[in-house]
Design a protein around this ligand. Structure first.
Ligand SMILES: C[S@@+](CC[C@H](N)C(=O)[O-])C[C@H]1O[C@@H](n2cnc3c(N)ncnc32)[C@H](O)[C@@H]1O
Length: 241
């Protein structure tokens, strides 16, 4: 199950998607924190910490942060755990991980969510922040998440989801489709950063609905699968192995 159909303006064959996505994030990595900082009104760090705490991340746990990017989730995870010693960060983009490595002394592994290079039952808690749209296959990814978690382990996936209402959708489209990429270009003077944010919008717009993600989680064997949305926009998917 694809997280969204191929986007012909960027690639036509699904097997070309990872190369395209990797180049996109590598090229814009140094701008990512700045852009997400003002784009989400500075709420990013506090929200990332609050959501991990709320869904049960506790000191002593072994945390895997998939699609760690520049480390925004993992840094907040480390604050809760009191150490980065038990944190493993995974991402395919060397550029994004280079930024994360400046922030925390976690273990860094280059790889993809759909083929996790870890033994079965390795982690107590698995997070993925704003990257589910980039995986090759939802079901394969969920099976991998289930495999690497210990029994009783939890998965927490964050996403931005289009509002259900027409009015909400209009403003969402305007902000993420036009204003945010436009201001990104203006502030960073980087075409790569603008392209990253425009792709962010395109994938959100084309994404499968939350019910499909929930279904993929259940099909992978997860129990207590829940989805809810904060402020009509920020999706939280949680489940237990
Ligand atoms: C929008 S960033 C999110 C970074 C971070 N998790 C956060 O909360 O800000 C998306 C990240 O997903 C990564 N990514 C892309 N394809 C991936 C895949 N198939 N598996 C894992 N990560 C992937 C990108 O390299 C990028 O660092």
């Amino acid at each position: 199950m694809l997280p969204h159909p191929p986007l012909p303006s960027h690639y036509t064959r699904t097997e070309d998607k990872p190369v395209f996505v990797n180049q996109l994030f590598d090229a814009a990595a140094k701008h990512y924190d700045g852009i997400t900082g003002w784009g989400f009104l500075g709420s990013g760090s506090a929200y990332r910490r609050w959501v991990q705490q709320r869904h049960g991340l506790k000191p002593g746990m072994h945390l895997l942060d998939v699609a760690c990017g520049t480390g925004l989730m993992a840094v907040e995870g480390a604050r809760i755990l009191g150490t980065a010693e038990n944190i493993t960060c995974l991402d395919p983009s060397a550029g994004m991980m280079a930024e994360a490595k400046k922030k925390l002394p976690a273990k860094f592994v280059q790889g993809y969510a759909d083929a996790l290079p870890f033994p079965d039952a390795s982690f107590d808690f698995l997070t993925m922040g704003y990257a589910l749209r980039h995986v090759a296959d939802l079901e394969v990814t969920m099976r991998e998440y289930h495999r690497v978690l210990r029994p009783g382990g939890r998965v927490l996936i964050l996403e931005v989801t289009k509002p259900a209402s027409r009015v909400g959708n209009f403003f969402f489209r305007l902000y993420f489709g036009k204003i945010y990429p436009g201001l990104t270009r203006l502030f960073t003077r980087s075409k790569a950063a603008r392209d990253m944010m425009h792709y962010y919008w395109e994938t959100m717009d084309a994404s499968v609905p939350p019910a499909t993600v929930v279904e993929a989680m259940r099909a992978a064997g997860f129990a207590e699968v829940k989805w809810h949305r904060i402020m009509g926009l920020f999706s939280e998917y949680v489940a237990v192995k």
